[in-house]
Design a binder for this molecule. Sequence first.
Ligand code: ITT
Length: 194
Amino acid sequence: MQPVKLIFATNNQHKVDEIRSVLKGNLDIVTLREAGIDQEIPEPFNTLEENARTKSETIYKMTGTDCFSEDTGLETEALNGEPGVKSARYAGDGRSFDANIDKLLDKLRGQTNRRARFRTVISLIINGQETLFEGICEGRIIEERRGNNGFGYDPVFVPDGADESFAEMDMSGKNKFSHRKKATEKLVAFLNSL
Ligand code: ITT
């Protein structure tokens, strides 16, 4: 069987590495860079779903090739879901992981409710038809950074059932809990059912 070819509409290499680590067999992921597309896709909306859809629709219209994108947010209970859909630019347009974590830790200082979750929404377009998949990882925000692996908010997020932060785990460790892995597995199951 020919591998299914899909463009992954992202400019985030960490996401590509994580999703490739979950995919096995008949799925050939081509990144935007590998497809020769050098474009920042706007994410203007207030929901992960709409932003994911915009990214995949933009690339589908541009290439005519089946594709998917994902939008992920970190949602904290004490801050009414912040940073949520604004996770990448929480501390400003510089998109600095460090500044974003500093802002989050500042806003949660003194808070006893540290509950948080990562939520990933994947938007898949096959033959012009969109399907959404969601993956959630529940956990908590710790008071100080721990670990150097991963990206984004990984140093301050400890998933339920673990003692280590995501940034203290290797990729297979993160995959035991990961929002992105859960959403990707749903995508794979859907493709296998076609
Ligand atoms: P795209 O090109 O795919 O849009 P992006 O980095 O802009 O890449 P998002 O809009 O989904 O991606 O931004 C989500 C931000 O949330 C991202 O920049 C990280 O700061 C953070 N994030 C996403 N997934 C994460 C994960 O698994 N662990 C830690 N932080 C994560």
